[in-house]
Write a protein that binds this ligand. Structure first.
Ligand code: ITT
Length: 193
């Protein structure tokens, strides 16, 4: 089976993307190439951060790799937290504090519409590519469910009545922002890698 480095420190992303890749490609984690440091994410856009993470690993470790940058864009908050989704409530990547802040900011707002956007950047010796996945939905008033991670307990995708955290992982992994972007990555890798 072909293998490629996934430039992430987020274990949830690794298990979701490996589940979507199935037995077509396997992921080499950063620990296996000796990359244990925090990768800089200083861009003002999701696309820029995805490319920054993949470029960092490609240049420093001389490996083909891909990275995922994801943001939750909330209509009533002018697209926030967006590119700052991981650090919305402050540095430290605290999922729970981020969700608490989001629910507080949305208190009393008329629109609860939001979307998840994932951009996957791929860098190989022959190509630099971006693949996007977007899913629209609404933010609930309270947390619901224990599956998934991050903002999953408060996001209901359009066409469903459960949050991502109330769904079995197989369902989230078949419809999510990350699933849409990953399927585009798989198609490209199958044809070009
Ligand atoms: P990397 O090492 O890949 O950068 P990260 O956790 O810092 O991992 P991001 O910069 O892409 O990831 O930050 C996005 C944040 O948005 C992440 O910390 C989660 O809180 C949230 N998030 C990302 N994907 C999500 C998903 O599928 N469901 C719910 N929340 C998600």
């Amino acid at each position: 089976m072909k293998a490629i480095v996934f430039a992430t420190n987020n274990k949830h992303k690794i298990s979701e993307i490996q589940a979507i890749l199935g037995d077509q490609f396997s992921i080499i984690p950063l620990s296996e190439i000796g990359c244990t440091e925090d990768i800089p994410e200083t861009s003002l856009t999701i696309e820029g951060n995805a490319m920054q993470k993949a470029t960092y690993v490609n240049e420093k470790y001389k490996v083909d790799c891909f990275a995922d940058d994801t943001g939750l864009e909330v209509e009533a908050l002018d697209g926030q937290p967006g590119v700052k989704s991981a650090r919305y409530a402050g540095p430290g990547h605290d999922f729970d504090a981020n969700v608490t802040k989001l629910l507080r900011e949305l208190n009393g707002q008329l629109s609860r519409r939001a979307r998840f956007k994932t951009v996957i950047s791929l860098i190989t010796s022959d190509n630099e590519m971006l693949f996007e996945g977007i899913i629209n939905g609404i933010i609930t008033a309270e947390r619901r469910g224990n599956e998934g991670f991050g903002y999953d307990p408060v996001f209901i995708p359009d066409g469903y009545d459960k949050t991502f955290a109330e769904m079995p992982a197989e369902l989230k992994n078949s419809i999510s922002h990350r699933a849409i972007a990953t399927r585009k990555l798989i198609k490209f890798l199958k044809e070009n890698y």
